[in-house]
Design a protein around this ligand. Structure first.
Ligand SMILES: *Cc1c(COP(=O)(O)O)cnc(C)c1O
Length: 388
């Protein structure tokens, strides 16, 4: 099977992990901080909190922004379930803003329209979780403008997007958001096996996220509420979790982080190979905005508009039967059984549903060989022949 995505591990990564295994710390040691500092330096953000997944990072981001009971968070329907689930973890409710038909990201016009309506009924969101699908940034300037008018905080779910750029700033700089989150799951741009990171330029938010990631416990005497009782002393000052990243993960992530640009360049080359190969076909190719550089976590192509759900399903099944790990990113989150039980119904976000009925993610990762990519192209083109 030619996988749609997978990790790229070299000898340097292996050595880095082995070195940690023989060191004093397996968790909460110096390498976690080195990894955080490296990602700060790379993105230009001031603070970073490394945790055990992007889901955890999104959760502590919501908590740090004060999301709680009775609050509302909005996100894209075209995302992994975690982007929405984290709001529910906090006791908030979640709602979805339909996507733009070209970028497949949250559409600022839909967002504005929904905000206007929500303002009338006092249902404005406290937090918006903007998802950079496939590695291409959302229209953050427009979203930022709306956040000033309607007073909501912004989290960028950049799980797909480390190494990408928006308006000549690196994704993760938080120039247009309160917090940006990366995932280091093996299919993402770089990996720490499991892992994630939350970045911010706000010292208070960084401090709060740090607390939530580690039981609400601090050794910082400036935060203490009681008298210090000895050198051992620490305080729990809020209710946090154990979301800590291990030294092993940090060592892998740190080693991988020196290859972000290399991986993203390779992904862009592979994506443009596909674009050239499919130019004459009826496939709709990925659209990249002029002011963005995509990290191309995914190569999403779309079958012609009039494709039926059955034809789409058959196409993906045929690719899988030919050993090509095609995938769909994503079925709208609210069509998951769990969300349907919360009351969401088919037809809620029409662009996201139209997208899901025609989108296919083709294999794209730095280890995809030229032969394998040619094979994917050949099979896709053959299948398109039978498409009428
Ligand atoms: C992968 C992913 C996540 C979750 O990442 P984990 O590190 O596996 O928790 C969240 N949001 C999006 C958009 C993702 O692709």
């Amino acid at each position: 099977m030619i996988k749609y995505g997978c990790q790229t591990i070299d000898q340097g990564d292996i050595t880095a992990v082995l070195d940690v295994l023989e060191s004093e710390f397996l968790t909460q040691g110096p390498v976690v901080h080195q990894f955080e500092n490296k990602i700060c330096a790379y993105t230009g953000s001031r603070y970073a909190v490394a945790v055990n997944s992007a889901t955890s990072a999104l959760h502590i981001a919501c908590l740090a922004l004060g999301l709680g009971d009775g609050d509302i968070a909005w996100t894209s329907p075209n995302t992994f379930v975690a982007s929405a689930n984290v709001a529910l973890f906090c006791g908030a409710s979640v709602d979805f803003v339909d996507i733009d038909p070209a970028s497949y990201n949250i559409c600022p016009r839909n967002l504005e329209h929904k905000l206007e309506k929500a303002a009338l009924t006092n249902q404005l969101p406290k937090v918006l979780i903007a998802v950079h699908l496939a590695g291409q940034s959302c229209d953050m300037a427009a979203i930022k403008d709306l956040s000033r008018k309607y007073n909501f905080s912004i989290i960028e779910d950049a799980s797909h997007a480390i190494g990408g750029e928006y308006n000549n700033t690196r994704i993760g700089s938080c120039a247009f958001s309160d917090i940006t989150v990366f995932s280091f799951h093996p299919v993402k741009i770089i990996t720490s096996a499991e892992g994630g990171m939350a970045l911010t330029n706000d010292e208070q938010l960084a401090q709060r996220m740090q607390l939530f990631s580690n039981h609400g416990v601090t050794r910082n005497d400036q935060l203490f509420e009681q008298e210090v009782l000895g050198a051992w002393y620490y305080e729990q000052i809020n209710l946090g979790y154990n979301y800590r990243m291990t030294e092993l993960s940090a060592a892998l992530g740190l080693s991988q982080s020196s290859k972000i640009d290399e991986f993203v360049t390779t992904r862009n080359v592979l994506a443009s190979n596909y674009n050239i190969a499919f130019e004459e076909t009826p496939l709709r190719l990925p659209f990249v905005n002029q002011n963005t550089k995509s990290s191309f976590h995914l190569y999403v192509t779309r079958l012609p508009t009039n494709t039926s759900q059955m034809q789409h399903r058959q196409f993906v099944d045929d690719l899988l039967a030919a050993g090509i790990g095609a995938n769909l990113h994503y079925m709208p989150v609210y069509l998951q059984p769990y969300y349907r039980k919360l009351g969401f119904k088919k037809g809620y976000c029409q662009e996201a549903e139209a997208y899901a009925q025609t989108a296919i993610s083709l294999p794209l990762h730095p280890r995809l060989s030229p032969q394998d990519q040619k094979h994917v192209v050949k099979v896709v083109c053959e299948l398109l022949e039978t498409f009428g």
